[in-house]
Ligand binder design. Structure first.
Ligand SMILES: Nc1nc2c(ncn2[C@@H]2O[C@H](COP(=O)(O)OP(=O)(O)O)[C@@H](O)[C@H]2O)c(=O)[nH]1
Ligand SMILES: [Mg+2]
Length: 398
């Protein structure tokens, strides 16, 4: 149990703990990023699935820091203990009491939330000056998520705190504690009382321009009752998102960039060896053939998508519906420029153009290039959509 408690005394602004092998919110290791680029370049989407899984797996071991903050006496330390599933009599518990017991930030861990640091912060200052100081310190801290504890009343201090956190671009929950006490002293029905508390908090925040946060009404004496189970669930989701959003964003950017480079290089090749007969002979079949070639080249052909779906545990139709480039008809339907380039009037025009000496073949060739480049662009767009889904699917397995 001793190990459960990791109590470090550290100033607010230095609370973020370093030394993890994988930093949440950051990018992906260079070698992984190279593997990803290679896989995307070669159209190996199955490999992208494996890399995304590896990255998510690595990211899920990154440390996350949660700050438990509020007014002194609101029940912050008791909440920390309740979340850790221990009572205040436990030797490893955060000190609680009616007098000010938490004077400096203290760090705790819990086996139910691996690699998560729960920071029990001292209460906000009693005077305006110390409140300013508290908020300034908070702005320089590197907590990932804030649990704003309140009870008895949702004060101006809470609103200031909420505004500061929102200004930092961080997420926070409002956690109203001691709901057991509220319920035992009210003449109102349980439902009405809880609704009143929720509405009062929300109204106060919205009036001050703070966006609606998740609000939980709990009692630290009964960590299995009221909103406590929902709070744990939401917390797990948010912790996961905090860990994975940075790496996934970085992977998504890397994928898009690689696709753009690939399109640029393929377009150059199209310019050099454009198969002009695909238009000259007006062969929709030929264009269909090239569309299949391009899809294969980006790894979004039917077989590859089937394998990807099998690997991510999804049904293949979830991927197919994202494709506009399943066949030429679909692509023409989705894109008016391609529709125009392949309409019968245009085909007729091109047939006639072929007979015009010198200029004719050149015009036909230019037209073929434009059409192929457009097809490439549309297939690349589809590939980006598929890659986005692959990355999303790797974070929430079916
Ligand atoms: N009835 C009840 N009392 C609570 C609850 N949470 C905290 N307390 C009591 O409120 C007092 C202050 O709690 P503490 O956690 O030390 O507050 P802090 O100053 O915000 O850390 C203590 O006497 C706690 O026992 C709760 O959910 N229900
Ligand atoms: Mg305390």
């Amino acid at each position: 149990m001793e190990e459960d408690l990791v109590s470090h005394r550290t100033p607010l602004s230095a609370s973020f703990t370093s030394g993890v092998s994988y930093h949440r919110g950051g990018g992906v290791p260079l070698e992984v990023s190279r593997d990803l680029e290679k896989a995307v370049k070669e159209g190996q989407l199955l490999e992208v699935v494996a890399i995304a899984r590896k990255v998510v797996e690595m990211a899920s071991r990154a440390t996350v820091s949660l700050a438990v903050t509020g007014d002194s006496g609101n029940g912050m330390s008791s909440f920390v203990n309740a979340l850790r599933g221990i009572g205040h009599e436990d030797v490893a518990s955060a000190p609680t009491g009616v007098v000010r017991t938490t004077l400096t930030p203290a760090r705790y861990t819990s086996p139910s939330f691996p690699e998560v640091f729960l920071w029990d912060l001292p209460g906000m200052g009693a005077s305006d000056q110390s409140l300013e100081h508290y908020l300034r310190e908070l702005q320089h801290s590197q907590y990932d998520l804030f649990l704003l504890i309140a009870s008895e009343q949702f004060s101006l201090h809470h609103v200031r705190l909420a505004k500061t956190i929102q200004g930092m671009g961080k997420r926070f929950y409002v956690i109203w504690t001691k709901v057991d006490r509220d319920l035992s002293t009210t003449p109102l029905s349980r439902g009405l009382l809880l609704r009143n508390i929720q509405e009062n908090i929300l109204e106060t925040l919205l009036k001050e321009g703070v966006h609606k946060p998740p609000i939980f009404l709990v009692s630290s004496l009964d960590p299995d009752l009221h909103d406590f189970p929902d709070l744990r669930k939401e917390l797990r989701i948010d912790i996961f998102n905090i860990r994975c959003s940075g790496p996934l964003e970085a992977m998504s950017c890397a994928c898009k960039e690689t696709i753009n480079e690939k399109v640029a290089s393929l377009k150059t090749r199209v310019l050099q060896n454009c198969p002009e007969d695909t238009l000259g002979s007006c062969g929709a079949d030929d264009l269909e053939h090239y569309l299949r070639v391009y899809r294969g080249c980006f790894g979004i052909d039917d077989d590859s998508l089937l394998q990807v779906a099998w690997s991510t545990g999804r049904v293949v139709s979830e991927y197919r519906t994202l494709l506009r480039s399943q066949d030429l008809c679909g692509l023409r339907r989705a894109d008016c420029r391609l529709r125009l380039a392949t309409c019968s009037v245009m085909k007729m025009l091109l047939r006639l153009l072929r007979w015009v000496p010198w200029l004719g073949p050149r015009a036909v060739r230019w037209f073929a290039q434009v059409t192929h480049k457009r097809m490439l662009h549309l297939v690349a767009q589809d590939t980006k959509g598929i890659l986005k889904k692959i990355l999303e699917d790797s974070t929430c397995p079916a």
